[in-house]
Design a protein around this ligand. Structure first.
Ligand code: NAG
Ligand code: ZN
Length: 469
């Protein structure tokens, strides 16, 4: 439609709506009012963006994350290191004057890797780069030596079931994106055990490799025998596949000391800026503080946790107190199955009607494009305007399908939710590997992420009304 036509048409529709209000048309006046209110925040948004990217806040988040990561290193659930890191966060946020800073107990699994190795004995002696998968049992002390069967899929394993008995099954599944390919990390052990295999080795679930194993949690089935399981590099998976193709006999000795110890008490780390007018209503922003026991957890998910802390810090430094409470939650034990966030949901869901909006960043803090959002059509219309406040840093995209993760419990139950849309094509290069270090992070890009996170959070928390459901 030509602009004038469209204007006339819209005007006509609005009048019709006013006339028929409550009869046929939905009352759109409340939503239009909220959208108009969002426009009033452009000056505050600019102030946040400038403070964070060129003002006093510039570089803060990177410096804070680097201090943290260099001090504590990796932080797996169950470890003393994670608890020390949580203590540090609680002390630092308290000292900085954030409000209601506290830990909330969570019972978490305690898996310990121990020493581990995979040695190819035939056709030649070769040390295979490997990492046990989280929750895997260990091998007998002397190791487990067996011939190898290479497959590319669960279907192929089913077809070759009669060849799998007593073998170490190597999965050289291709990379078809994380959500699809991660099934091999999750279930290779149980599928291998079903057909009588003695251990499974998966090709790392990674989009790129310089001979790096990428670990992660895996799931046994209580009714199926538990066998040791580990990941190997893309390069070695391909080599073993080529050898098997030639009909070469491959023998591997797998040694893993891995143990599942009794659960321990960890904590979700909580800090707030209390709302000035509706302190019981909450905008929750988050990332997870735990990491794998390899690498440094700078990207997964130091970045997400620290932009959530930094959003509070920026509001505090600018003297911005929204009408509703902004709560940062730094989850514990995400990597071992969303354990911290699930227990948090169980404890707090009784107040679900007070949760205005929930977000997590756990897919990188690279150059931000905007927000991935899930909510009603009305909430989406409001969010579109909120991200439009970010035009000066080109982060105005509102896409659907937020990652969910730790905040999925809330989103599934009707709370509007979001995640950080960012240029994360390299995320699975580093994910769950020794390559997850501060060198992945860019100070400038992290500042942009903080600006997005803070503007979106502040504006929603300060609107007269909660987002429509
Ligand atoms: C949290 O766990 C610690 C350590 O196990 C315990 O001392 C404390 O009493 C617990 N706090 C609450 C509120 O349950
Ligand atoms: Zn993560």
């Amino acid at each position: 439609m030509a602009p004038l036509c469209s204007l006339l048409f819209n005007t006509a529709v609005i009048y019709l709506c006013l006339i028929l209000k409550g009869v046929i048309c939905k009352d759109t006046s409340a939503i239009n009012k909220q959208i108009e209110q969002v426009y009033e925040y452009q000056d505050i948004a600019n102030k946040i963006i400038n403070f964070t990217t060129i003002g006093k806040g510039k570089g803060q988040v990177y410096t804070r994350l680097a201090d943290f990561v260099d001090t504590f290193g990796s932080r797996i659930a169950g470890s003393k290191n994670l608890e020390n890191a949580i203590d540090y966060m609680l002390n630092t946020m308290k000292k900085a004057g954030l409000e209601n800073v506290h830990g909330e107990n969570v019972t978490v699994p305690h898996w310990v890797r121990g020493n581990e190795s995979a040695t190819m004995l035939e056709p030649r002696h070769y040390k295979i780069a490997m990492m046990g998968l989280g929750s895997s049992i260990g091998t007998p002390e002397q190791g487990l030596t067996a011939e190898v069967l290479v497959v590319h899929s669960f279907d192929e394993l089913t077809k070759k079931a009669d060849q799998a008995k007593g073998k170490i099954v190597v999965f050289n599944q291709g990379y078809e994106g994380y959500p699809t390919s991660v099934a091999y990390r999750d279930y290779s052990a149980k599928e291998t055990a079903k057909v009588g295999g003695v251990a499974s080795l998966i090709r790392s679930v990674a989009s790129f490799s310089i001979h790096s194993p990428h670990t992660g949690w895996q799931d046994y089935d209580d009714n199926i025998k538990k066998i040791p399981t580990a990941c190997i590099t893309v390069e070695d998976a391909e080599m073993l596949d080529r050898m098997a193709n030639r009909g070469t006999k491959i023998v591997i000795r797998l040694k893993m000391d891995a143990k599942n110890l009794p659960p321990v008490t960890s904590r979700n780390t909580v800090a707030e800026i209390r709302g000035s007018k509706y302190p019981d209503e909450v905008v929750l922003i988050s990332g997870h503080l735990d990491s794998w026991d390899v690498g440094q957890g700078a990207m997964d998910d130091g970045g997400g946790a620290f932009i959530s802390w930094q959003a509070l810090s920026i509001m505090q430094q600018l003297g911005l107190r929204p009408k509703r409470t902004v709560r940062a939650v730094l989850w514990t034990a995400e990597e071992v199955g969303l354990v911290g966030s699930q227990q948090y949901y169980q404890r707090h869901k009784v107040n679900i009607s007070n949760y205005d909006f929930v977000m997590e960043s756990d897919m990188g803090t690279f150059k931000p494009y905007g927000i991935q959002f899930k909510g009603s059509q009305d909430a989406t219309a409001v969010m579109k305007e909120v991200v439009s406040l970010l035009s000066s840093i080109n982060a105005t995209t509102l896409s659907d399908d937020p990652e969910g993760g730790d905040v999925s419990f809330w989103i599934q139950n009707g709370v509007p939710g979001g995640s950080l849309l960012n240029e994360n094509q390299r995320y699975f290069w580093f994910h769950h590997s020794d390559g997850d270090t501060m060198s992945v992070q860019s100070s400038y890009e992290m500042d942009l992420c903080v600006a997005v996170w803070t503007v979106v959070t502040y504006v929603i928390a300060d609107l007269d009304e909660m987002l429509p459901r």
